[in-house]
Design a protein around this ligand. Sequence first.
Ligand code: SAM
Length: 284
Amino acid sequence: MELWYTEQHTDNVRFSIKVDKHLYSGQSEFQRIDVFKAQEFGTFFTLDGLMMVTEKDEFIYHDMIVHVPMATNPKIKNVLVIGAGDGGTVRELTRYTSIENIDMVEIDKMVVDVCKEYLPQTACKLDDPKVKLYFEDGLKFVRSKENTYDLIIVDSTDPFGPGEGLFTREFYGNCYKALKEDGILVNQHESPYYDSYAKSMQRAHQRIQEFFPVCRVYQAHIPTYPSGHWLFGFASKKYDPVADLDEQAWNSLGLKTKYYNTDIHKGSFALPNYVRELLAGAGK
Ligand code: SAM
């Protein structure tokens, strides 16, 4: 008998992974959490039947969500991470000795507990002394913050269920307020490829643009996300991610990375024409 995990990417497209074992299934207050073991992708976990992290390709997502802003402003010291319960984003951030504090706000404690048990590859730094964990709604957490963070990373689920609030005008406005005068906001920005994802991506881009003078989008290839073509948003009060990239400063840190390098950094902001058009048409 064969066991397959199948995810519905659109009404007409499904993506399947052959599974060796269904390791865990549980229902939290917010979502259903499942963990599987597979030959090709190693251990992976899903929330409400949507892929979050696999051992095999998580390095791409976590490298790109962390090292792009860190290489743009190497002076970042105080970081807020929203979502990210698997710990991969925090793991990459803790590699920078220059960072003094990481506040991580995850709505669902059960995600963190499950990942600590089944995905130590990503969860390994969640107990680092620089990391403060808050089990709260990120939307509420940022409301009271002003001029506090150098960097906010929004490593959220898609814009429905608990993640919905993290794609609203209110949230982006509060992130702007919570950032210092040279602050950077990076978020997972959905995919441009399938219509329903592209619409969420356009909406997010339009809303972020209402607050931030610098508003760019960059891309990576993530095999287990719908279509494999995934975007990240880079918004900032001051820095341009390409013009202000200090390649020498980042390369002199000697961080070993499997995906990110400063050539990829520059190249990831070069977008295909159809994506440029979607972004230009956002809100029109
Ligand atoms: N890399 C993943 C992806 O894009 O598929 C996202 C990973 S991470 C597991 C997303 C986390 O965001 C989840 O653990 C979820 O519980 C959390 N989350 C969703 N809505 C949230 C909210 N409003 N505040 C804080 N965390 C939230």
